[in-house]
Write a protein that binds this ligand. Sequence first.
Ligand code: GLC
Length: 430
Amino acid sequence: MTSAPLETEPQTEYAQRLRWFHQARFGMFIHFGLYSLLERGEWVMFRERIPPEDYAPLADQFNPANWDAEKLAQTAVDAGMRYAVFTARHHDGYCLYDSAVTDFTSTKTAAQRDFVAEFVTAFRKAGLKVGIYYSLLDWRFPGYFEPQKYPESAAALVQQTHDQVRELLSNYGKIDMLWYDGGWISHGRRKEIPEAEFWRSVELNAMARELQPEIIINNRAGTQEDLDTPEQHVTASEAGRGWESCMTICHPAGWGYVRHTTDFKSVSELLQNLVKAAAGEGNFLLNVGPQPDGSLRSEETTRLQAMGDWLQRYGEGIYGSQRCDLPNDSLPGGGAGHWTRQGNTAYLFTSRWPGQELVVPLVGTKAKSATVLGTDLQLGIRYECNHRLVLTGLPEQPPHPDVSVIQIEFEDIPSTLLEDDTSAWLKRNA
Ligand code: GLC
């Protein structure tokens, strides 16, 4: 394997701070809370307009006998994940940790447990970085929905947010990520009330950074901070900017446990999302929604394990990889593959195996050697007109049923030739 090339040595404070994140590529998102008991997703309270006094008694039942943070951490490690983000408090306001500013917490109700403490301790012990998800909004406050009509409630909500972020970043040792959500102002009032103003986000984040100087903060409190957070799609930000795509493991449904989910994403689809994120130097934060008893369902664990097995074999092209400027549209169907690189070594990930030959046109750099990753097979290399790199001797069948990987070592950083005259290829360019 190639050693980390000099060009990736972080230069700025920002790049330094994001270094582990850039290496990590794959994380576990965990949505767990009172809503898990209702089995209809984490938005159930609002979607069904369940008043807080009817919703709150769920806390007397929430006592997940099979919530085992160490087991969960092991599942994440086995999946090849390098960090995790846990819902300390979602939009329903129920705290899965010991908050001093409310009694609506797991420590003061049936469970009598601090799930954030358990999460942080277990995941850290397993060598994973830890992130805390915190929803700014809390549906129990009328001032969230109608800030002008109930200004005192709105002020109390914002105060609660500041107090709870302070608690979370003060009482659990080192926290690597602060994952805000729910910063939007309800019912289209976004235009009237800027989010950052409403939540006093500049002040909030200054406090967060004072408490946790190395923390990475996402962009969901109305300020840009460190990370973009595309949701349910993988879209790269500009080079140099940190980003992470979060995604559910099933098609739409919910982030919190939904009992009747049949539409789980295939391992191939999940791997393609991971690979696409890596190709854009971003991360893939894959969600699980534990069952009411706290355990994961087998549909989740089998997929995670399969991804971990795949990463064992092909992870060298994923972790800490860089963008690679080579064309991917020559694969069957066009755009069916993604390139990453480590220094001068490029990796092509594809779920559309081309057969015995792979042709990549307009390659501007000389290839030295090529192999099918995970085998000792040396591929033939030849160049044809139009700077077509032709690799020969590939196995007829894809070496991996989901996503296979070809590794090519180049003499320099691989690049694509620009076509000044886009018709030149018609005349068999050199
Ligand atoms: C949305 C949802 C929320 C979920 C989050 C994950 O913002 O409101 O339920 O936690 O996405 O990114």
